[in-house]
Write a protein that binds this ligand. Structure first.
Ligand code: ZN
Length: 126
């Protein structure tokens, strides 16, 4: 929502699109950003049927809306099978303790993309 109008809508399309990132909040953020022609949602509010999951919280922080309003709680979502607790627990663990291995690899030019970004004169910071 922006200025009282709906600028983006979303619904969970994970199974219909075979896209694990197609949660309703992410879909709405994508549509709203497309509508605004900008990658941030300053001056906007997100209304969602349930407390956002960890992935959607990340997308919300990256898109920077002014507020999020939700109806169902995490506990209510868990009661019907949408339990995010495992992900919250995994995020809190040190990398070696996580169930999905996440290991740093040492490549010769691994800093090149960041160095390129840092010195770029054509970047849009966010
Ligand atoms: Zn989500």
């Amino acid at each position: 929502m922006k200025d009282g109008g709906i600028i983006g809508r979303g619904r969970n399309e994970v199974t219909s699109s075979n896209d694990p990132t197609a949660h309703a909040e992410v879909q709405a953020i994508r549509e709203a950003c497309l509508h605004l022609g900008h990658f941030q949602l300053k001056g906007c509010e997100i209304y969602t049927s349930c407390e956002p999951c960890p992935m959607c919280i990340g997308a919300i922080y990256w898109s920077r809306p002014d507020a999020v309003y939700y109806a169902c709680t995490q506990a209510e979502a868990a009661s019907i099978g949408f339990d995010d607790q495992f992900i919250y627990e995994q995020i809190a663990l040190p990398m070696p303790a996580r169930s999905i291995p996440m290991k740093r690899i040492d490549l010769p030019d691994y800093k090149l993309p960041f160095a390129t970004w840092k010195t770029s004169m054509n970047k849009t910071e966010y």
